[in-house]
Design a protein around this ligand. Sequence first.
Ligand code: N01
Length: 489
Amino acid sequence: MSETQHRKLRVAVIGAGMAGILAAIRLKQGGRHDVVVYEKADRIGGTWRENTYPGLNCDVPAHAYTYSFAPNPDWSSFLAPGPEIQRYFENVVDNFAIRPLIRFNQAITSCIHRDGRWNIETSGGLHDEADIVIAATGVLHHPSPPAITGLETFAGDRFHTARWDHSVPLDGKRIGIIGNGSTGVQIVSALAGRAAKITHIQRTPQWIMPMPNDPYTDEQREAFRQNPALIDQIRYGEQYTSLVRRFTDGVSDPDSTQMAEIETVCRNNLEASVQDPELRERLRPNYRAACKRLIYSPDYYQMVQRPDVEVVVGRIERVEPEGVRMVDGSLHELDILVLATGFHANRFMRPMTIQGINGADLETFWSRNPTAYLGVAMPDFPNLFLLNGPTGPVGNFSLIDIAERQWAYIEQLIAQVESGKCRAVNLKTEVMQDYDQRRVEAAKKTIFGSGCASWYLDANGVPATWPWNYDAFATQTAAPKLEEFELIG
Ligand code: N01
């Protein structure tokens, strides 16, 4: 047996959100005990910790937005509310006993590859060395406040949706919401009827996919507990999986019948739901459905037809102490201004100094655009793997499923190092270049590149996303092709 056979590896995971928790559990289940998870905050949960806005909901069916190894019979409804998802992750962390692995309030500031190991520094002054690093930092965690003149002059309360100020009373107030992505739409639905008036300010109307959200009854939850196959019918059954397939087939081929079907459903939803022709036209997008991330809502169109909800479509001139002034001169007076203006989607694990081998530096490598092979690996960053990294699949389906597939792929690479065949696996530069070239060409042809602005687009206006369908991703992540990696001895 050579000295490196069955090496015991130290693994550092960055982030205790959905993907980091997954990695920690899988590492533990694989009998790897030298594992540490660095978390910048004082609690687990990632996006579900940071987003606490009223109406927060996951628009993926709850039973599909669960780990494969931790089904949850107790979901309260078909689409789970955010706080319930946060509780689910807290329970999973305790049930799988990984909390002791997590170092809270430790943002990693640098990760530098030296003498075959990753040297890690944290904001709390910790130093660590790891053989393997898993970057599970999430995508949408740097709020993007809008560049609107006079924002700071607003006399009322103002906050971004991911920094919700729960000390501010909402009932009976005049609330303005800027932005109509998934977040803004959910907030409007939640606050209509509580606020004295809701003003929903939209720069660009959105297509809305109808999505019923029925609560589960006690009897149904009991049935899920008694018979887990009922849960599997939802998450692995034909109805959900064929929806995901049809959706990703449609995204990758805008001329497909699948995309025509999505467009028809969205158009019919607008036509059938909004009675006033003038409001209907105001809400009608002038780009193709699913070009931006589709909004799924059971009731948005119903809510905007209430007398206490106003939809304002147009450009904002400036924010004034009293409210929002549009370019047409109208002033919308407000007590509270909510910025549902999204996130800087190109940050991933940055800001963080990451230096690999052969002079590789992440800032330089990503200076044009963030990229990673299959959303997982980058050349000259050996033994460093990403979960839900750039160019991975995004859309209206479960990112837990995507992360699990990526994890299975990564684990097979880790096994190479553990087996003693090599000390490190390093993606070959030419594999990355070939992937980037094919991916960009394909991405331009997806529905995301069909002519609208969205957080899916990179700085050059090219979708920064997985451009092929779900099955292509599942196939390519099933097993790493070892010839695509340099095995460093
Ligand atoms: O952000 P967004 P989000 N003046 O980037 C507008 C996930 N998510 O927080 O379209 C005026 O989608 C901008 O306008 P325009 C999901 O992946 C999931 O809503 O650029 N408006 C747009 O309307 C989602 O896609 C769930 O013209 C300005 C909005 O702000 C992602 O998070 C729930 C502006 C930003 O929309 C982000 O969603 C919620 C300005 N200066 C979120 N700047 C689930 O249920 C920006 N806007 C899983």
